[in-house]
Design a protein around this ligand. Structure first.
Ligand code: PGA
Length: 243
């Protein structure tokens, strides 16, 4: 399995323009010392361009938190994958449970967004996870089936990160047990192995990760990294998670 660990900071609707810039300027100062780690920052749309400029000479990558499924047209308020690509975005985060909860996104919509990203050569961070407290592999597998419907394997192989995030653990401070999370991620890995002969897919855990519990997840065999919400807003905590 890949030894490089992946750290995704999902800032959601939290940092304003100045706060975002301040954070990445600090991050830039230490970026050359970060080895064997892939860092992806997902700021608000309004900061993306400026952050990309700021981080140009570093290995830190940028993701958008969402996108629309068309490239152009009369869709008031939406941002297209083509627009994101044009300013140098690398990743798009799709399927986050907050998008499902507040904006009624379903697997069909997520699939359309994945197809649109595919056409624009954008990489995907696909969030999946059960709604209720009990682990439900059938629910997770059907999310994967439906979200990846008709998506070409070559694209999946080179462009996907899966983020396993049990909905009940997101933003609640209630973290899943790391061994249990490892077990679910192992089952997700088996799914990719059986369906695509691709066990090496990167699978992250997300849900109330912080500077005290991250290590327990990062040492698990089937977990390639972490997706961090709240704790990624604080530079010191984020550094502690990275180290
Ligand atoms: P959290 O958010 O770390 O605040 O639980 C994780 C996420 O939303 O992906």
């Amino acid at each position: 399995m890949n030894s490089e660990k992946i750290f995704i900071a999902n800032w959601k609707m939290n940092k304003n323009f100045n706060e975002s810039l301040e954070f990445v300027k600090e991050l830039k100062l230490i970026s050359s010392k970060i080895k064997n780690k892939r860092i992806i920052i997902c700021p608000s749309y309004i900061c993306i361009r400026e952050i990309i400029k700021e981080l140009l000479d570093t290995n830190i990558e940028i993701g958008a938190q969402n996108c629309f499924w068309e490239n152009i047209g009369n869709y008031t308020g939406e941002i297209s994958p083509k627009m994101l690509k044009s300013i140098g975005v690398n990743y798009v985060l799709l399927g986050h449970s907050e998008r499902k909860r507040y904006f009624q996104e379903n697997n069909n919509i997520i699939n359309k967004k994945i197809c649109a990203c595919l056409k624009n050569n954008l990489k995907i961070i696909l969030c999946i996870g059960e709604r209720n407290k009990n682990t439900n592999l059938a629910e997770i597998f059907s999310q994967l089936q439906e979200c990846l419907y008709n998506i070409n394997f070559e694209y999946i192989k080179n462009n996907f990160i899966i983020a396993y995030e049990p909905t009940w653990a997101i933003g609640t401070g209630l973290c899943m047990n790391p061994a249990e999370a490892n077990n679910v991620c192992g089952n997700i890995r088996d799914f990719f192995n059986k369906k695509y002969d691709y066990p090496d897919i990167n699978i992250l855990y997300g849900g109330s990760i912080n500077n005290t519990n991250s290590h327990e997840f990062l040492i698990q065999k089937n977990i390639n990294g972490v997706l961090i919400g709240n704790a990624s807003l604080d530079f010191t905590k984020f550094m502690e998670i990275l180290n």
